[in-house]
Design a protein around this ligand. Structure first.
Ligand code: SF4
Length: 428
């Protein structure tokens, strides 16, 4: 195994680089002295911006001994991960499509499918490493591995004997083991928590919209109500945009100005797909907060209710049923640090992504809310709701309705992959 060590690092002032057809500007960068298997090298890593995959994205270039080796492009979740993707190549220069083809040496890297992490036209269906923009050791390692690859076909005097590689037998499909699946789900939940810990709760890519949700309980309530039929990020940004359009977001004024609320939601670009239902629910929610909670939405949970009681209170609001109430209880306790007791009374949210994962992993036999809630309670009785976020995330990123990416899924070694069972899941 190659040993790579960074011995010194210095920050660079903004600089430019002359490509054959253009000059690229880098706002910042680093230069490192590294030793690779004892030999000294210099690695330079620059951060700039380019229009790639349909919009301006952070773009990096990494040089090894003054030669460009690898480039990185901002992933879709960059606002929360600060991570970029860099394609993995084969010795013939073609993009790597399958794990079997990944060069040795990438064992410690996070390998992802490019199109899953950059969902945009022309995003290739190949594998890529996903690396934080400032993880210099990983960029140096990636650049080194790429440089080794380039040497293979042209190394003078080196005879490269290629034996035909027999096709690898398909990975054995694990048998059904609910406890193993739940352990893997909880481990993925822990990994997500660690990933998000430095930046706090990330509901949308916009930090100002996130701040409003954290600081303003009524905004949080409206986001929960709006979270249906559209991407979660858009739904959770709705209160921020609604406040911008209205100029206020206090329950009393929202309740008293229903026409303004309808107009704010419906004017182009509309704030939601359901342009009649959502403003109606927002006005009704404001009225309930005014009449039953003295205009303070935080009173819904400030007295430290049990998970069951809090679910009951939330389900009193229009547009909130089992799924959203269970999700909100988890988020309030886990991300907003609200005191909620008896979390064994919490539940998973009956959401399309979770349903697909529960069915395909064999945790549930039927697409039925009572069965899934019971399964979560059976396998993780101390906190059933803890299965909610990891299952939702896996359903969204890997266990897609069509073409699930089992090879890269965090559940791959424990999941019996009952693909067909989850393909019938419908809903929003
Ligand atoms: S993507 Fe594959 S391995 Fe992952 S949960 Fe779905 S079926 Fe199982």
């Amino acid at each position: 195994m190659t040993k790579l060590e960074i011995t010194s690092t210095k920050r660079l002032a903004p600089f430019t680089f002359q490509w054959p057809a253009a000059v690229e500007e880098f706002e910042q960068g680093w230069e490192c002295d590294v030793t690779i298997d004892g030999a000294p090298h210099v690695v330079k890593h620059g951060l700039g911006q380019r229009v790639v995959y349909g919009r301006p994205r952070v773009h990096t270039v990494t040089w090894l001994d003054a030669k460009v080796q690898v480039e990185g492009v901002e992933a879709d979740d960059y606002p929360t991960s600060q991570a970029l993707l860099s394609r993995v190549r084969r010795p013939d220069g073609k993009l790597v499509g399958w794990f079997d083809e990944v060069q040795r040496g990438y064992e410690g890297f996070l390998i992802v499918r490019h199109r899953s992490e950059i969902d945009a036209p022309h995003s290739p269906n190949c594998l890529a490493v996903k690396v934080r923009e400032d993880d210099l050791a990983s960029w140096a390692g990636h650049a080194w591995l790429r440089s080794c690859l380039k040497k293979v076909p042209s190394s003078p005097g080196v005879a490269v004997h290629r034996r035909p590689v027999p096709p690898r037998p398909p990975a054995p499909t694990p048998s059904l083991d609910g406890h193993a699946v739940v352990r893997a789900l909880l481990a993925h939940g822990d990994a997500l928590a660690t990933q998000l810990a430095p930046s706090g709760a990330q509901f949308t890519p916009d930090p100002s919209a996130n701040q409003l949700l954290v600081k303003n309980p009524f905004a949080f309530l409206l986001a929960v109500i709006s979270d249906m039929g559209i991407k979660a990020e858009r739904a959770w940004a709705l209160p921020f945009e609604l406040r911008r359009r209205l100029g206020y977001l206090d329950p009393a004024r929202v309740a008293a100005n229903s026409e303004e609320v309808y107009r704010a939601v419906q004017s182009t670009p509309t704030l939601h797909r359901f342009i009649n239902l959502i403003p109606k629910w927002i006005v009704e929610a404001a009225r309930i907060v005014e009449e039953e909670y003295g205009g303070d939405a935080g009173s819904i949970w400030r007295d430290g209710p049990t998970a069951k009681e809090l679910r009951r209170r939330l389900e009193r609001f229009p547009g909130i049923a089992q799924k959203k109430a269970a999700m909100a209880v988890e988020i309030l306790e886990r991300d907003l640090h609200v005191t909620v007791s008896d979390l064994d009374g919490g539940d998973v949210a009956f959401d399309v992504h979770l349903r697909r994962v529960f069915l395909r992993t064999g945790l549930a036999q039927h697409d039925d809310v009572r069965e899934m809630v019971a399964v979560a309670r059976k396998f993780h009785p101390e906190r059933p709701g803890a299965l909610d976020l990891p299952a939702w995330d896996i359903g969204r990123r890997w266990c897609r309705p069509r073409d699930p990416d089992c090879q890269l899924c965090p559940l791959t070694v424990v999941c019996p992959r009952l693909i067909e069972r989850g393909s019938t899941v419908q809903g929003i």
